[in-house]
Design a protein around this ligand. Structure first.
Ligand code: 8YV
Length: 331
């Protein structure tokens, strides 16, 4: 019998996933649920056949260059692969896989939750009742938010998650607009009643709500720059369940503080795990809703992600191409 491949997982995964992995692989962990240190990651890539990192592990070129001969695969427990230096891995002949598809719907649900929560003052209302024994009582002008139906939603990134957001938003009566590197197929566009904007700037100038659903890459870094944020109408707000780096956060904060933007709903930040202090302050005022990166955080979703990781590992160990492999980036 072949010996089991050594699989190093960097964080605690849901019980059923860990149990299945332990049956199939020689699983090693660092024994707790804290992000691995640089030194831990270096020893992990030295001993492993397969490394299973999460978004909290930056798998840099420096780390990859220290990998042992046996490291064949970096099977990311996550969809976004911005934590991994893909080119460095490919140069060393190491495959990289992710866990696409299974978290689209959950992330789209959370995006929709933020699209509703910000203008309808959901968190503000709930915390008001939680923090005070008495409240002013109802009046016709009490806690007025802004309606969402009939408004224009501008989606940045019409991939799998963006499309899932569009489907939901359409059902809520929003008008769908999108910007993407390329136009989606005409059937999907028609089904969603979606309008394509080749120019992001033009879409931003029309949107009432802007949702970020693109990956973090060098090309999308600060895509919502100070200049572009200034194109968005002052009554509009921005939602981000993708990656903090896509928005110039300091500029966003300033725009909201100066009432040049109505607010924001953010699940991701430029610096994580702690969000910018000024954002926290805006959250206290109710104009901003902040979540601690919960977009895909459902038990079912995490188990599905684990299954994807397992399939990717097994396929490669069996000598085939893993289904979710990331192709080399061509210059
Ligand atoms: C998770 C994510 O927190 O998959 C991603 O890209 O950002 C989130 O869904 C992550 O996958 C956990 O590692």
């Amino acid at each position: 019998e072949r010996s089991k491949p050594v699989v190093v997982i960097t964080r605690k995964l849901p019980e059923p996933v860990e149990a299945r992995m332990a049956e199939l692989f020689d699983v090693r962990t660092n024994g707790d649920d804290r992000p691995m240190s640089h030194a831990d990651l270096v020893s992990a890539v030295r001993e492993a056949d397969v490394l299973v990192p999460t978004i909290t592990d930056r798998i840099s070129r420096t780390i990859i260059e220290k990998a042992g001969e046996r490291l064949k695969l970096i099977a990311n427990f996550g969809n976004g692969i911005d934590n991994i230096d893909i080119s460095a891995a490919h140069e060393r002949g190491i495959h990289v896989t992710n866990t696409p598809t299974v978290l689209n719907e959950d992330t789209a649900d959370m995006t929709m939750a933020l699209i509703l929560a910000v203008p309808r003052r959901l968190v503000e209302g709930a915390s008001l009742l939680q923090s005070s024994e008495t409240w002013a009582g109802w009046s016709p002008t009490w806690m007025l938010g802004r309606r969402i139906w009939g408004k224009k939603l501008g989606i940045i990134g019409m991939g799998r998650i963006g499309t899932a957001v569009a489907r939901r938003a359409k059902a809520f009566g929003l008008e769908i607009h999108y910007h993407n590197r390329r136009r989606v197929d005409p059937a999907t566009e028609k089904q969603l009643g979606a309008t394509y904007w080749e120019s992001l700037d033009q879409m931003l100038a029309r949107a009432d709500i802007v949702s970020v659903n693109c990956p973090s890459t060098p090309a999308t870094f600060h895509l919502l720059s100070a200049r572009r944020l200034a194109l968005i109408q002052p009554h509009a707000f921005v939602v981000n369940t993708a990656r903090g780096e896509v928005i110039d956060e300091a500029a966003l904060v300033q725009m909201i503080e100066e009432n040049r933007l109505a607010g924001a709903g953010l699940d991701v930040f430029e610096t994580m795990p702690s969000a910018n202090r000024k954002l926290m302050k805006l959250a206290a005022s109710g104009r901003v809703v902040l979540l601690p990166h919960m977009g895909s955080a459902t038990l079912e979703g995490r188990i599905d992600m684990g299954e994807k990781v397992i399939i990717n590992i097994r396929t490669l160990i069996d000598g085939h191409r893993p289904p979710d492999r990331i192709l080399p980036i061509r210059g």
